[in-house]
Design a protein around this ligand. Sequence first.
Ligand SMILES: [Zn+2]
Ligand SMILES: [Zn+2]
Length: 251
Amino acid sequence: MHPELAQMLDRHATAAVKQVSQGSTAHRAVSVASSLLKVAAMEPRIAAALVAGGTARAAHKAAARTGNADEVPRLILAFYWALSRLDSAADRECAADDAAGKESVVQLSAAAAQLRACLPLLKDRRSDGEPQQLVSCLQQEWLPHAVATAQALQRRWEEQQAGRQAAAQLELAQAAATRCCAYLRCPNLGAEGGPAAGQQPGSKRCGRCRAVWYCGTDCSHADWRAGGHRKVCSALAAARQQLSSNGSKRH
Ligand SMILES: [Zn+2]
Ligand SMILES: [Zn+2]
């Protein structure tokens, strides 16, 4: 799911809960918030967006205003399901292959441990607690850990997204390295000289990574400024070095 979509859902959900909670209909707002949190419990990114965004706060405010003995326990149960989803998502992220030693995962794991300790309380207290007491536990104990976990999850997902983009960019650059000009918008493609890297008369190699060729300085400058080579140059250099050191080990 696209992160902006989850945030958009949170904005609409927050507005809906706030709107309903005007005047004497706060208990309706709590009921709307419960339904939204139940939906959120199906998808960790929605759960994180609603908990880290405005929906959870708006729900808590409406619950504090109404203190309704039917709606508040129902809201607490909906929170329980949504927060359990965050907990299992955090568990999965912390166990991922690339998770070891990552700062973001260390933070996530610390936040999730505190959330996990709250979950049984959240489940048990909903049935016997006084509404006002539940609301104050929600504000003081449960929500802060839930928000911290949701935010840590969002940072982790952003980081993974950035990593995937960088990997795709590097792959594209490596494919371009076999062309006579690595600038993908080069107007001279198919011009004189061989089609492969370095075969065209006047070819220029990137002096930093030495991994890609251009038909001239116009293209090398354009690729650096607009073609994205600046972002992959050092990764290409590292990949090239890796290749050549593997090669020398073999011989
Ligand atoms: Zn060119
Ligand atoms: Zn380069």
